[in-house]
Write a protein that binds this ligand. Sequence first.
Ligand code: NAD
Length: 421
Amino acid sequence: MLDEFMQSPAYVMACQQFDRVADILDIGQSERIRTKMPKRAMIVSVPTRMDDGHTEMFTGYRVQHHLSVGPTKGGLRYHPDVTLGEVAALAMWMSWKCSLCGLPYGGAKGGVTCDPRKMSRGELERMTRRFTQEMIPFIGPHVDVMAPDLGTNEQIMAWMMDTYSMHEGNPVPQIVTGKPVALGGSAGRKEATGRGVAYLVNRTLDNLNMKSEGTRVVVQGFGNVGSITAQQLHRFGARIIGVSDYTGGIHNPQGLDVNKLIDHTTRHGSLEGFVDGCETITNDELLQLECEVLIPAALERQITEKNVGKIRCRVLAEAANGPTTIEADSVLRQRDDIFLIPDVLCNAGGVIVSYFEWVQDLQSFFWTEAEVNDKLYRQLELAYQQVLQMAKKQKLYMRDAALALGISKIAQAKQVRGLFP
Ligand code: NAD
């Protein structure tokens, strides 16, 4: 099992990224191993009564990468391909992201291997509650705080909060973030990741002396992150010429009506069947469309050595976590025609507002959406400027600069805390 985990492609990719940056930063062997290895990795069985009466045994995972500066923080994903190795890689990326953005958290990630689209609401609720129950010894508002990710949403967070609160005997809203506002969720959290992606895309277009108006944008994945990003950029005047989800893609060079697309996916659960003057294309074709901004907002490892040479964009904004393989990345870093906004920076809006939600819950003092957005943009801007400066000063690729900033702060924290005992 441990071998399988260490050899999973996502985990190998996260470790290779770390090693490259640890070399750049010249981190000593002792700090290197402490900074890289996950603190805890849990595997739990999640027996769930299905609607037809039989019991299905799901497997759940949680990896807490480091607890050196505060609780761990990270999403929970429901997807058929979830593995311990993938979750461990995502937990590492969360660590670098939180550190880069100055948040007092280590990274974590969790997941249950299941297909939420094939499960009823009752089955999802029972599985979520049982998973939360199995996690109770390992989580807490000052230990590990979960949030939505691929395949999970506000409702799943509400069931988790309820299960944990029933166990404690009093409401504990700060146990999860990304929950409904009615339960202590933050205004603007649902939109935060997409809003952050759109903000950074606009800042980058400014820096490159390009205009947002009429900019051609392609988005892979039309869930929470992809749809909000598309909606925000559409509002700024960009032309969304292609989008896709697990059912395939659609393309209209004149621009798609994003609000109609959101209506359609809300009613039908996917983009399938959307016809409004557009042609259907495959996900592969979508990634190769000529555009100014390409935004992978679905799964990991979508930009590979096979398609990286065919990508035709000026800005690659990694809204998904780990969308570019190591092999593709080594090609990308040679391509001066593409400006990269790396995942740990690009999608950080989500965890920044999750942090705001946790702070609001701990204080029982809530902010308006305008306050949340204002603070979000300030925090993102600071991280963006730091990465740009580091990249410029040290002549680094944007991904290396972002990771170096995140990793160096954690290595330093570990060093000054010392090794126990
Ligand atoms: P989601 O479940 O809401 O949406 C995922 C979308 O991807 C759906 O439209 C789905 O159909 C599509 N998809 C799935 N498989 C696909 C495939 N093979 N090809 C094309 N599209 C496919 O998930 P989300 O919350 O929007 O997360 C998307 C990505 O953003 C993930 O990588 C996640 O880790 C990352 N992310 C999410 C958040 C957040 O706040 N939700 C924060 C940071 C990063």
